[in-house]
Design a protein around this ligand. Structure first.
Ligand code: HEC
Length: 123
């Protein structure tokens, strides 16, 4: 399962070509396509292709920091709906169902990237 460098290189290469319209670079199973599409329509302008956050204003979401033990599905939903002081609320741009699909898609991507919860070190 050591495919990180390849994933990063592919992402970087694709980002440099398509930086104005971030597109997914990863194949996901059918069940996650809806979420992937919604993410790339609404979130990836800021969070980058595949939520990798490269050369973007917003953080990488495929990161230990946002795994379920640290950052729950409800936390993600809440952030999408109401934003933060730096992220504008997205509730006007998405249906409840799309938000659920985006969360599913993000969890799948975190898993596919081989991320594992870190020991509790930041609260
Ligand atoms: C207009 C740009 C923009 C869009 C669109 C956007 N975000 Fe964000 N997002 C940000 C920024 C900037 C931050 C960092 C906010 C902070 O540090 O307070 C952020 C932070 C986050 C966080 C972490 C919040 C935290 O507490 O640290 C999550 C999760 C997140 N975004 C998810 C999403 C999802 C999912 C979407 C699509 C539905 C989305 N964002 C759309 C700019 C954006």
């Amino acid at each position: 399962m050591k495919f990180y460098p390849l994933v990063f290189l592919t992402t970087a290469a694709l980002l440099s070509i398509t930086s104005c319209a971030p597109k997914p670079t990863l194949e996901v199973p059918e069940a996650y396509k809806k979420g992937q599409n919604a993410f790339h329509k609404i979130c990836s302008n800021c969070h980058g292709s595949d939520g990798m956050g490269k050369q973007t204003q917003a953080p990488k979401l495929i990161d230990e920091e946002f795994l379920a033990p640290n950052y729950t599905d409800d936390d993600i939903r809440e952030t999408i709906l109401n934003g933060t002081n730096k992220m504008p609320p997205q509730k006007k741009n998405l249906t409840t169902e799309e938000i659920t699909e985006i969360i599913k898609y993000l969890r799948y991507s975190q898993n596919a990237a081989g991320l594992e919860p870190e020991e509790e070190e930041e609260g």
